[in-house]
Ligand binder design. Structure first.
Ligand code: ZN
Length: 139
């Protein structure tokens, strides 16, 4: 069994910026020569998430609009008093979505749904450089 770990730096705009990572993951899978196994996509940090979505313009607007209702910016949060910062909503959103995703692959192809893309979401309230770790395991 082989394990390959690669790291990429992704520029984000923050504020629930949704970035499609599917092409990047496919290119790392192609380079790896691993044909069967699974790929872990992980973002270190607690104000961003990795998940899946149908990456189309409507949902790119619907997701921030939903989160503005469920976990709004600017209401009273204890965290903002703890550190004097203003990003409790970003931490809470990250915890709800999680920071990693595991996708199986077979014969060199990700077993994603037809309209399912792998995305990084940056919830912080400012642009960030995000490290994304892609770890392929298999044979
Ligand atoms: Zn914070």
């Amino acid at each position: 069994m082989k394990i390959i770990t690669v790291k990429h730096i992704i520029d984000t705009c923050g504020n629930t910026d949704v970035i499609d990572l599917t092409g990047l993951v496919i290119s790392e899978l192609d380079k790896s020569y691993i044909k069967n196994g699974s790929v872990l996509i992980f973002v270190p940090g607690c104000t961003a998430s990795v998940t899946t979505i149908e990456y189309e313009p409507g949902l790119k607007r619907d997701l921030p609009e939903l989160l503005a209702k469920l976990i709004p910016e600017g209401r009273h949060y204890h965290h903002n008093k703890t550190w004097g910062d203003n990003n409790a909503h970003a931490h809470l959103r990250s915890s709800v979505f999680g920071t990693s995703l595991n996708v199986p692959f077979e014969n060199g192809e990700l077993l994603l749904g037809t309209w399912q893309q792998i995305v990084l979401i940056d919830f912080d309230e400012r642009p960030r450089k995000r490290k994304v770790i892609i770890q392929l395991t298999g044979e």
